[in-house]
Design a protein around this ligand. Sequence first.
Ligand code: HSE
Length: 434
Amino acid sequence: MSNPIGVGLIGAGTIGCGVARLLLESRELLTQRVGTPLNLVKVADIDWERDRTFNIPEDLRTTEAEEVINHPEVSIVVELIGGIEPAKSFIIEALNKGKHVVTANKALLAESGKEILDVVMRDGADLGFEASVAGGIPIILALREGLVANRIVGMYGIINGTANFILTKMEDENLSFNEALSQAQALGYAEADPTLDINGTDAAHKAVLLASLAYGRLFQLPDVHVEGIEEIDIRDIRYAQEMGYTIKLLAIIKGEQEQVEIRVHPALVPSQHTLSKVKGAFNAIYVEGDAVGPTMFYGKGAGEMPTASAVVSDIVAIARNILSGASRRTAPFSYRNLSNGVKVKPMSEVESRYYMRFSVLDKPGVLSSIAGILGNHGISIESVIQKGHQTHRESVPVVMMTHHAIEEHVQKALKEIDKLPIVVHPTVLIRVEG
Ligand code: HSE
């Protein structure tokens, strides 16, 4: 058997503890699968006092990340502290020292991916980031290897467990937004700053990585149109339900090889569609390739052990490469050369169907005013429902579904509609997929 391969962790939080647990408790199994032991050599964290789910042996602990990076026995440095700095400096330093790196840090890769990739390419190290998208689901491996023969036609993902947990709790248990969020935080699904989960940024970071893997260009956060679930109202969840839809926070990446749409926003998904059945903190990604057709990946997208499973899969892949002298067998983003050729479709040109909820006075002529403006902008109405009638309330909701329309036309029409004296509150707009 070859010499053991040394692994060092920076960050002993929830995921770090899960990784340490797998490396220590599944050591024998991993040794059989790799062909040599994976030795956990050092674990760095700034605070060893707080409660942990796993007791990391005292002799492995340090408070200095440098001790992990510089340790002569550490070949693979695993960064699990999240955030941009000091994570970025630690990763670059490790790569510069000839170490391979595994990270779960989607924000860092989405925001500073180029800087890190330049060092990876120069130094010939391996970079693993399976845990950065959809927790335990091996979607990065699937795009890089299993689906490598395909042009990706489209991907539709539920890739934020916290947002999906909140929407599920609101729909199934009538919980308020805040009650559901507190539960998600207590279960360890949410980011340190849960705003990123709720406002769509976390899903957008992941969408950047998925799009880059699929289309061969290193996209960035500004390439993504992002809307969160902050404004989702229980009334819209119920009206959508009545019309046969479920509201999900979707990441949508689709297009040809020349032009791609990358967007994250709430969407009405037909209740019969498999994506609608994805509940709680589970994630799912529907991927359609030109050769394989539709595929679906489903599993736990957050939490200690599912994410640790993904991190350890990267460690094993790198260890196997080391053993066979084949580091960088695959390029981190699948393509040997990332190009800038693929354009991002401007949001204004995107086509969709739309759900609109108008808050209007209950008076004759209201519907025709709204329909007139929509018609002037070439937007065709598929169905209309008015819920109740005005008694003591200041307005009534009118819900419309449109046929396919162009985003720019819809936005212009709504601007005009919202200026009408009969419109009491700004119109709620949610796109409809499928
Ligand atoms: N906060 C993320 C989520 C964790 O809720 O999906 C996994 O990236």
